[in-house]
Design a binder for this molecule. Structure first.
Ligand SMILES: *Cc1c(COP(=O)(O)O)cnc(C)c1O
Length: 342
């Protein structure tokens, strides 16, 4: 057992984030924070982008998965790990397991598109295909856990995962101690909870905005309702932000409730604007989930002032080529087309 394990009987602390930073450092390098002259000029504040697209798997999920897997005992490592995510979390688990020589089983359903299966297979994990929904894949994953002793690596509602994502907050403070606002893509809330824990514990006045697609507002609606909800979701360009928060959510719901100061819902059009802006002005290809913050800022969802130092989390780059072609051809916003701030 690692020395800070007792702290994990409950919520992760900022000290756990420091432990995570040290633990993941051999496998996960800090990501760059760069000034965005174009977004800054467009919105009238100092805007910086945190590029989580530089990781070997193309998304921040590597931080949490690495921290979780490195905290397992030797016996747990030998038995192996499992997960049912087919997105960035699944890729991260497969990657870390391969780096450490740990067996990994990703449970998928027959409905998962072949393109995703191919990517996961290339990552070196074993795939178990069963059932016809994400729920059936998850069920299979739980069977592997209970009957074969594999450790289920949760995508967000886990203290080690949250602390791992939180390492991003320490890097931001190191690079830009004067930060006063941050925009964070929000789905299950591991990303927001981790970053907020690291930022707010050090600098309580930093204003935290969670950004979700209008098509998938589960966490934001749950916060409004004061309890975890289950909602129907629609298709969205920000596909990495799909998926519920779990009716039995233990950690991310209360942490988001405690730390989030405001939220924004962005339309598909606004996500497209974010994607297209990142491509045309930064020459960067990112995924829909990573563009929600830029979209929200450009479209006036977060009022900013001249002296604000705003960080936007660019969370990943797993974009489908068809979607890429769509936004590469769409026109970008000009200032007179922008919606006025409320
Ligand atoms: C998972 C993911 C998110 C959201 O993170 P949560 O911890 O689920 O809130 C945002 N962007 C990308 C690219 C992701 O893969």
């Amino acid at each position: 057992m690692s020395q800070e394990a007792s702290a994990y009987t409950n919520f992760p602390s900022v000290q756990d984030v420091w432990f995570a930073k040290k633990r993941i450092s051999p496998l996960v390098k800090p990501s760059p924070l760069i000034y965005s002259p174009v977004v800054s000029a467009q919105v009238g504040a100092e805007v910086y982008i945190k590029l989580e697209t530089v990781h070997p798997t193309g998304a921040f999920k590597l931080r949490g998965a690495t921290n979780k897997i490195l905290s397992l005992s030797q016996i747990e490592r030998e038995k192996g790990v499992t997960t049912y995510s087919t997105g960035n979390h699944g890729l991260a688990v497969a990657y870390v397991a391969r780096q450490l020589g740990i067996p990994a089983v990703i449970c998928v359903s027959h409905n998962v598109p072949q393109a995703k299966i191919d990517v996961l297979e290339r990552s070196g994990a074993t795939l178990e295909v069963s059932g016809h929904s994400q729920d059936e894949a998850a069920e299979n994953c739980h069977i592997l856990q209970s009957e074969h002793g594999l450790t289920l690596i949760e995508p967000f509602d886990d203290p080690h995962v949250i602390a791992g994502q939180g390492t991003m907050g320490l890097e931001i403070l190191n690079d830009l101690p004067s930060i006063n606002k941050v925009l964070i893509p929000l789905s299950g809330g591991g990303l927001l909870a981790g970053i907020a824990l690291a930022l707010k514990t050090n600098v309580p006045h930093i204003h935290i905005t969670g950004v979700s697609p209008t098509a998938s507002p589960v966490m934001i609606r749950s916060i409004e309702a004061g309890r975890p909800l289950q909602l129907e979701e629609k298709e969205t360009l920000a596909d990495s932000l799909l998926g519920g928060i779990g009716l039995t959510n233990r950690l991310t719901f209360p942490l988001v409730q405690r730390f989030m100061d405001g939220s924004a819902l962005v339309s598909e059009e606004e996500i497209l604007q974010g994607l297209s802006y990142m491509f045309k002005h930064h020459k960067m290809v990112v995924e829909g989930a990573a563009a929600v913050g830029i979209g929200a800022l450009l479209c006036g969802h977060l009022p900013v002032e001249k002296n604000d130092k705003v960080v936007v989390i660019i969370s990943g780059n797993q974009v489908d080529s068809e979607v890429f072609l769509r936004f590469a051809q769409s026109p970008t916003l000009t200032s007179h087309e922008r919606k006025k701030s409320p």
